[in-house]
Design a protein. Structure first.
Length: 551
């Protein structure tokens, strides 16, 4: 059974069908591949690997083997874990590598072309994940993606439109142009065939991670990047290693939240937002009221200010996690909140130094199996189609994740986020991220999986989805699809989607001194909610792309 863009009644828990296992992502082809793995006896972790490689074929703007991401998982035996397969700076990287002789950022250098790419982590991440938690043979999980790349698939209207929109950038190099552009433009129903990518995936299927990080593929990546002025070398690829990290775990109104630690800022920021919101009674802040929007905004203002100052790769920088996850820190946030027209501006809100010494083009999938294994995974190339260049004859796009470093203190990245020394470029360092894959338990049992793309807005997207379900009793479908608000310290504005607030609420906020900025819809958030009757309630984004399969 497949679902695109909308949910049928049974998925909202109101129908007679009992859902035992489900796969949600942004590609119908990948969703079908994932559910087929579950039907063949694979677990949720096997399905996650298969979906990951299928997304690299079917969702080229963000699905990838040339990027990286973060995965949060939980076994049926109640073991929670995370995998950090974030990209790394090449060993030739250095703090000022994207600055000119005057110390100013070189336009587009960190966002377009071979120099913008960090060392990819996706293949190694999936390999190590499968080695520890998979049950089906590795080759069987990669083969469906090989078939999809070899035989092609019919483009949706959204994919054709997306590729046409990026055609000018994708046509700047012959390798990308040959795959992702077409004279006259693509139309719905055109077939996207990727023979070179299929060949690369065959090597990965046969040799595991070594089929990507050593041998012919690695040599071709290194050759093409060096030839075009980039920084990745063969040694960078050979030495790349994804990491298992302890998840961030905390209680929110009786629910256990499990999310991603640094170098993702997601779990840390989610903790701060939810634990601050927990100190207020939702009944006093009706959903979508001016009071609710103000409270959420003021919490996020301080959280994003501290994100810019204190978070980075813990392997290189001593992130003050003990203090960022403390009651003292939450008190600092809530004690300075002032309401109505007495609120602070972002100029007045500074990172909490007295206490403490992301693209919209990301993609997410949530998977649960009938045994209770859970996966929440977010992956990206950073900007749409990453650096817009293909690594030689490999057939895959490289990321432009180097832009997620703090290129220069006080200079914003492509998402408007500022950074400091904690996220400065260093050889082998992982760049900071906003990705927030999250699992939630209730009384030790599965309750929810949730995650989203959305660049710097990912954290607030996930936080709002959780708040809607737990505090305001919305369904999973409503939680991921209701219009959203966002504030990230700088710029000092409340960003909102159409429908996020009424005219009267907007006028009230303006009278309190807030600047409002309406944005187009963003963030294909997906989630799965476990109902008390044992049924699953699926939430699939209706913003642009949502696909699910279940049984």
């Amino acid at each position: 059974m497949i679902l695109l863009l909308f949910l049928v009644s049974c998925n909202n828990g109101s129908g007679s069908e009992k859902i035992k296992a489900a796969v949600i992502c942004t590609s119908p082809e990948a969703a079908k591949i994932g559910i087929d793995v579950l039907k063949k006896g694979g677990n949720a972790f096997d399905a996650a690997v298969a979906v990951g490689f299928a997304m690299a074929v079917a969702w080229p703007s963000a699905g990838n083997i040339g990027g990286g991401g973060f995965l949060v998982g939980r076994t049926a035996a109640n073991e929670a874990f995370t995998i950090d397969y974030r990209e790394k700076a090449p060993m030739l990287g250095f703090k000022d590598m994207f600055l000119d002789e005057k110390g100013e950022p070189v336009e587009d250098m960190s966002t377009y072309g071979y120099a913008a790419s960090g060392v990819p982590g996706s293949v190694d991440g999936m390999w190590r994940f499968h080695q520890k938690y998979g049950s089906l043979p590795w080759k069987d999980l990669v083969q469906p993606a090989i078939d999809l790349a070899e035989n092609g698939f019919e483009m949706t209207r959204d994919l054709a439109s997306s590729l046409n929109y990026q055609a000018e950038n994708l046509s700047k190099t012959p390798e990308a142009a040959a795959i992702f552009t077409k004279t006259g433009g693509f139309v719905i129903g055109d077939r996207l065939i990727q023979k070179n990518l299929a060949n690369t995936l065959r090597k990965v299927a046969e040799q595991g991670r070594d089929g990507f990080y050593t041998g012919e593929v690695a040599e071709e990546i290194a050759r093409s990047v060096e030839e075009k002025g980039g920084f990745i070398r063969l040694k960078d690829l050979e030495q790349y290693e994804a990491k298992f990290r302890d998840p961030i775990r905390f209680n929110y109104r009786g629910y256990e939240i499990i999310s991603m630690p640094p170098p993702s800022s997601g779990g840390t920021a989610l903790y701060a937002i939810l634990k601050s919101f927990e100190r207020y009674n939702p009944a006093d802040y009706p959903y979508a009221s001016a009071e609710y929007i103000q409270l959420f905004t003021e919490i996020c203002r301080q959280v994003y200010a501290d994100r810019s100052e204190f978070l980075g790769d813990p392997d290189f920088y001593e992130v003050p996690m003990q203090k960022l996850l403390s009651d003292e820190y939450i008190s600092m946030i809530t004690d300075q909140i002032k309401f109505a027209d007495q609120h602070l501006t972002s100029e007045q809100v500074k990172p909490a130094k007295d206490l403490i010494a992301e693209s919209t083009e990301t993609t997410h999938w949530s998977i649960v199996d009938e045994k209770g294994n859970m996966v929440s995974n977010t992956t990206t190339l950073n900007g749409g189609y990453g650096a817009k260049v293909v690594a030689g004859s490999t057939g895959f796009l490289l990321n432009n994740e180097m832009d997620d470093f703090s290129i220069k203190p006080g200079v914003a990245n492509m998402y408007g986020l500022l950074g400091n020394i904690a996220n400065a470029i260093e050889p082998g360092k992982r760049m900071l991220s906003s990705m927030t894959p999250t699992l939630i338990l209730k009384d030790g049992k599965p309750f929810m999986t949730v995650g989203s793309p959305g660049g710097s807005r990912i954290i607030t997207i996930v936080a709002q989805a959780i708040i809607r379900v737990i505090d305001y009793n919305y369904s999973m479908n409503e939680a991921v699809n209701l219009a959203r608000i966002h504030h990230q310290w700088l710029p000092d504005e409340i960003q909102f989607e159409r429908g996020a607030m009424s005219f009267s609420v907007a006028e009230q906020l303006k009278s309190w001194g807030y600047e409002l900025n309406r944005y187009s819809s963003y963030g294909d958030c997906h989630g799965i909610l476990f109902k008390n009757d044992g049924n699953l309630q699926l939430g699939i984004s209706t913003r642009s792309n949502g696909a699910a399969e279940w049984y």
